[in-house]
Design a protein around this ligand. Structure first.
Ligand SMILES: *Cc1c(COP(=O)(O)O)cnc(C)c1O
Ligand code: SF4
Length: 353
């Protein structure tokens, strides 16, 4: 990248001006832009320009002509959000928790996004009436224990708007936990300011923040400071990572990411198998390779740094862990366990009494 600008790059011309694409790519990227939003924030530009190996960052945020190829197994709503949406802005798949999406706008647009056909700058925020209807669904559904604010990126909203949503959730007695899924600490770390932190602290219910991060080089000094502002304020941080070809699909890359997250007091939560969103096949890592990587991490990394490898079953049947099996039943009813170095040893469960 040639120049770091003070503004978000959104068009093929912007990307050309910053030296992120070549002139001959313009025509195909105009077609990509008709379908999928682009945003490369100044902080992400800075990370690209400073990194000795910017490719894992460039690949995540700079559009490519490969996105024009939709594989047969790809679908516009890969995890069936639509079928589980009782009112606009809510996805309710598991009894005890719901997703609440107050906005579909993001500070950056990941090229592999699972909601790429829903998110974008024009998708906008819920209207006051729509948000009211979503909140009343939560209010009248007593099984909901946790509300997960996602989108889009909920932390792109103003601190005032975030406080209003939290205050409404604080008033619903059966909601005990609030979780926020965000990429803001990486995309616009300066916006994790005192005002935002005090909005998150304005209610007494626990608020957890889960940060989407896929490569250790995303964790610049500014990002580290932004993360510290949450933890210092008593807000626990988790991370979610998507397993991506030529971004983080090596044991070294995953190991350094997980270690860097824990060093910032962020607990690795999930490593996601990539969903079948359209135009993302160039990012897909085969499940078998993912399982091999995760198995190697077990031997190399502290338990603190282990994420759970997860699949969101295509079509909307929910999430399942893909953790490699270490325990096997043999035909004689003897159970065997496989240790990290691959040796198999017998394990006999206690006799039932
Ligand atoms: C992923 C997801 C959740 C959260 O699942 P956890 O396993 O609790 O992180 C909740 N609701 C829906 C609809 C989801 O897709
Ligand atoms: S931040 Fe999340 S919702 Fe937004 S584009 Fe990236 S993956 Fe999609």
């Amino acid at each position: 990248m040639d120049t770091v600008t003070k503004r978000t790059l959104r068009t093929p011309e912007d990307l050309l001006g910053a030296g992120l694409i070549a002139p001959e790519q313009i025509a195909s990227l105009v077609l990509v832009a008709e379908r999928y939003a682009t945003a490369v924030s100044p902080a992400v530009q800075e990370v690209m320009s400073r990194s000795a190996n910017p490719d894992p960052i460039v690949r995540q945020f700079v559009p490519s002509a490969e996105e024009l190829r939709t594989a047969p197994e790809e679908m516009s709503d890969p995890i069936g959000d639509h079928d589980h949406s009782p009112v606009k802005g809510i996805v309710h798949r598991y009894p005890d928790r719901v997703l609440l999406m107050p906005t579909l706008v993001c500070p950056v647009y990941c090229r592999f996004c699972f909601r790429r056909e829903a998110v974008g700058p024009e998708s906008g925020a819920l209207t006051t009436a729509q948000l009211g209807a979503a909140l009343s669904y939560i209010r009248k559904t007593p099984s909901i224990w946790e509300v997960i604010l996602t989108g889009g990126d909920p932390l792109i909203l103003s601190a005032r708007r975030i406080s209003e949503i939290l205050a409404a959730l604080d008033d619903i007695p059966h909601v005990k936990i609030i979780r926020i899924h965000t990429r803001i600490p990486i995309a616009t770390p300066h916006s994790i300011n005192a005002e935002l932190i005090s909005a998150l602290k304005s209610i007494s219910k626990p608020v957890f923040v889960a940060i989407h991060c896929n490569h250790a080089s995303e964790l610049s000094p500014k990002v580290a400071e932004a993360c510290a502002r949450f933890v210092d304020a008593g807000i626990p941080l988790l991370s979610q990572t998507v397993l991506l070809k030529d971004v983080n699909d090596s044991v070294e890359s995953l190991e350094s990411l997980m270690r860097a997250l824990v060093a910032l007091r962020i607990k690795p939560y999930y490593l996601h198998q990539l969903d079948f969103a359209p135009g993302t096949s160039h990012f897909r890592v085969p499940l078998e390779k993912g399982q091999t990587l995760v198995k190697s991490l077990r031997g190399r990394l502290s338990g603190l740094a282990q994420p759970t490898y997860m699949l969101d079953i295509p079509g909307g049947a929910g999430k399942v862990p893909l953790t490699p099996g270490h325990i096997n039943e043999t035909e004689h009813g003897v159970t065997s366990v496989e240790s990290i170095d691959g040796t198999v040893r017998p394990y006999r469960p206690p006799a039932p009494h």
